[in-house]
Design a protein around this ligand. Sequence first.
Ligand code: MG
Length: 245
Amino acid sequence: MLRFDQRVIGHRGACRYTPENTLASFKKAHELGIQWVEFDVMLSKDNIPVVFHDETLNRTTDGHGYIDSLTYSELSQLDAGSWYGPAFKNERIPLLSDVIHYLTRQEMSANVEIKALHGNDKKDVEQTLDVIRSITSPDNPMFLFSSFSIEAVEHLSKLAPDCQRGLLLDEWREDVAVLAKQLGCVSINANHHMMSPARVEAIKAAGFHLLCYTVNDAARAAELCSWGVDAVFSDAPDITRRDEL
Ligand code: MG
């Protein structure tokens, strides 16, 4: 069962203060006392799951080109911190396994977003589940798996029917509750810009958790929570944290 006592999820760790999706970012979220973090999983050329957001290396590393054009051994040489600031020069693109080990040690919870690139939706699901099974179980309540890829969520439901799943939604669709139910999802993870009290009510009445991204403004977080949103994804989770609501 999903629980969001803090009603905030650290987006890519605590990416306002640290380079996104690095161990430094998850450590920062922990320092801030944040229970839930979100991160993205992509595959290297040799199908090793790593925690990384963009399709290309250009913005957040000193490499360039598609992430799946390099092996993990090559990716591990890249500097994934200097783009953010010199204090983070030695940050690397983390292995999914390193992040899971860190979060389990800290008893933190994770929204694992499966990113599809070049049609590898199913492969990413398979490799991610393999890594998680080598450490714990995908059914562990510390995990919520999500994806924009319906194919990926379907594959998750086939390979790990009891794992908690969320459907990511960037544009409103009237059949969202029907679709999420078909996929066995427990949550809908939606862009906050398209939310209204009526839409929140409809999703909640259909029995889903509703998580909204990306909210960095405390007043907006409070408004969404007052409508019934369970938690918001935030780059600055200390600012939007709403334990009291
Ligand atoms: Mg994400």
